[in-house]
Design a protein. Structure first.
Lengths: 115, 111
């Protein structure tokens, strides 16, 4: 079974631009979560989607948004990019919400560099 | 809030040494506990997990025991190999909420 895929793998943008990152979960997984990873802050939770609904949100400004489609694929968008948004953005999928379904599997990430 | 504290920074065992990476958690609830491993250029991979007190997660010679009395989930291996070099993250999950990660521990096994 194919793992979580994320596109693009690398991205370079300039301040003020916006960016959209894409995530395809493991087949059959309905929950998708997004994390930001930086050397200084580690792994920080952005948001989680299940059945096209955002269920949880981390402490990030409104410039960070996301959505999930009916096929469970997800996108996240960052508007008005700042230098501090440079990070590895990770997507993780899990089967569902039950405790037996909660294990999250990560994709390889999208490396975003903001200049 | 819920939090995880693990061995800071880098550990440098030699090949064949035993390894312990400490993980302590803080929560008022009943979490599931995980160790993830991350290799350069990749996302974190699930290494092992334990869903309730006294469960032991095992994978590739590594073990971690879910100890509720000491709120710990230490990662242990009797004899490390160079291929075990990676960054290890301890994490907890409460119900259907987010994964909360520790800061990560870099394990560099010396030949």
């Amino acid at each position: 079974k194919a793992g979580v895929t994320q596109t693009p793998r690398y991205l370079i943008k300039t301040r003020g631009q916006q960016v959209t990152l894409s995530c395809s979960p493991i087949s059959g997984h309905r929950s998708v979560s997004w994390y930001q990873q930086t050397p200084g802050q580690g792994l920080q939770f952005l948001f989680e989607y299940f059945s096209e609904t955002q269920r949880n949100k981390g402490n990030f400004p409104g410039r960070f948004s996301g959505r999930q489609f009916s096929n469970s694929r997800s996108e996240m968008n960052v508007s008005t990019l700042e230098l501090g948004d440079s990070a590895l953005y990770l997507c993780a999928s899990s089967l569902g919400l039950l405790r037996s379904q909660e294990t999250q599997y990560f994709g390889p990430g999208t490396r975003l560099l903001v200049l | 809030g819920d939090s995880v504290v693990q061995t800071e920074g880098q550990v440098l065992p030699s090949e064949g040494d035993s390894l312990i990476v400490n993980c302590s958690y803080e929560t008022t609830q009943y979490p599931s506990l995980f160790w993830y491993v991350q290799y350069p250029g990749e996302g974190p991979q699930l290494h092992l997990k334990a869903m309730k007190a006294n469960d032991k997660g095992r994978n590739k010679g590594f073990e971690a025991m879910y100890r509720k009395e000491t709120t710990s989930f230490h990662l242990e291996k009797d004899s490390v190999q160079e291929s075990d070099s990676a960054v290890y993250f301890c994490a907890l999950k409460i119900g259907d909420y987010k994964l909360s990660f520790g800061a990560g521990t870099t394990v560099t096994v010396r030949a």
